[in-house]
Design a protein around this ligand. Structure first.
Ligand SMILES: [Zn+2]
Length: 392
């Protein structure tokens, strides 16, 4: 199991200066590596439909990749000896960062979502560096030992939980000081507890009218106070747009708007936490629709416009489940609301049709029907199968 804790650092003036110096050197190196990637890309790419029959073949140069760029580092330390002050793994991590951004630009992330062209970073936008390997005993009392930076004081506002080991550390400069984010791992905690009950399972259908409907037909409403604070948000938004640009009164309204945004976000988060807790106290396994599946049907797409809250709810839900050793399963969302949950026949309905009635006699609320389908799709999950075998 992996988790991340962030602590505020209290570096001495000298240490803070050294961190700033590292950041500016790493930023320069990041931009340099990115430039050499672009350079190759511009020289060598040739989209097929735009290639003239007779074309100049540029001198073939080796494509800079992760490994070849990594090999340039020792030379960099020779020509620019001050780079030797930076911990070597921190420097190598910059190469990795360039690789990740560039790969995402060319071929997209794990969901196939491509990012835009990577940007060169200005010095004040480059704020983080990472130690990819940390020693387990790097924290002693309220001091953390960061290689080559030395012992830096930190505010240990909560202890590192028992059994967890520090894997990586990232130092970040923020508006109000320096922070360190530790990625922690406990290999002994199994992601799913061994005595999980595969039959204590529910499916949930996320909706617009009700926040969610379970496969037993229970519903969770979006709380009134949340809706109210959203309405108030709209009122303030209008107020901002009505007032004259640059005026004091507009500035005041903008401040109000910021506060209201935070209020809405806090209320939503609180509601999500409570709902997740409720579900997981009742069930060992919760199935939901995978929101990241490509090619959603039209009605789904119409729904997903409103999903702003759904993905954050689902991430809270799966986090909570993981901590408790329970299971949250994402299933394929295709036709969950169209198929009949009792006989499997497709019963087409438009988005406004709220009732599912099938020739087989099955008659249910639309979301209730979908939730049962979602539950049924999760039954074949490998962890649950293994659990059933063990129980036999
Ligand atoms: Zn049916």
């Amino acid at each position: 199991m992996r988790t991340a804790y962030q602590y505020k650092l209290r570096p001495t003036k000298q240490q803070a200066e050294e961190i700033d110096r590292w950041l500016s050197m790493l930023c320069a190196q990041y931009n340099y590596l990115l430039a050499s990637r672009f350079d190759w890309y511009e020289q060598n790419r040739c989209p097929l439909n735009a290639c003239p029959l007779v074309c100049h073949i540029p001198e073939l140069r080796e494509n800079p990749d992760y490994y070849s760029q990594k090999k340039t580092l020792p030379n960099l330390k020779k020509t620019h000896p001050h780079y030797g002050d930076i911990h070597s793994q921190v420097l190598q991590d910059v190469v990795k960062r360039v690789k990740v951004t560039f790969d995402r630009f060319l071929s997209g992330d794990s969901n196939g979502k491509r990012s835009g062209r990577p940007r060169f970073k200005s010095r004040d936008r480059y704020r983080t560096f990472t130690y990819p390997q940390m020693k387990d005993d790097c924290i002693k009392g309220s001091v953390i030992c960061l290689p080559k930076l030395g012992d830096i004081k930190l505010i240990l506002h909560r202890p590192i939980p028992d059994g967890f080991k520090v894997k990586t550390a990232s130092v970040t400069k923020k508006a109000d000081g320096y922070y360190v984010t530790l990625s922690l791992e406990d290999p002994t905690v199994p992601s799913v507890k061994p005595d999980i009950n595969p039959d204590s399972m529910t499916g949930i259908d996320l909706g617009l009218k009700e926040f969610l409907t379970t496969s037993t037909g229970e519903t969770v409403e979006i709380p009134q106070h949340y809706r109210k604070s959203q309405k108030r948000l709209r009122v303030i938004q209008k107020r901002v747009s009505r007032r004259k640009k640059g005026s004091k009164r507009r500035q005041k309204a903008v401040r109000q708007l910021g506060k209201q945004h935070k209020k809405v976000a806090d209320k939503r988060k609180d509601f999500h936490f409570k709902t997740a807790k409720q579900l997981l106290s009742k069930y060992d396994v919760v199935a939901h629709e995978d929101l990241n599946v490509k090619g959603l049907s039209k009605s789904r797409l119409a729904k997903s416009v409103h999903d702003a809250g759904w993905s954050s709810f689902l991430s809270i839900l799966s986090n909570k489940a993981e901590n408790a050793g329970l299971l949250v399963v994402a299933v394929n969302p295709k036709n969950t609301s169209q198929d009949c949950s009792s006989c499997g026949v497709k019963v087409p309905k438009k988005l406004h049709e709220r009732w599912h009635s099938c020739q087989c006699g099955c008659s249910l609320g639309r979301d209730h029907n979908a939730a049962i389908n979602i539950k049924n799709r999760a039954v074949g999950h490998s962890v649950l199968k293994a659990q059933r075998l063990r129980a036999q």
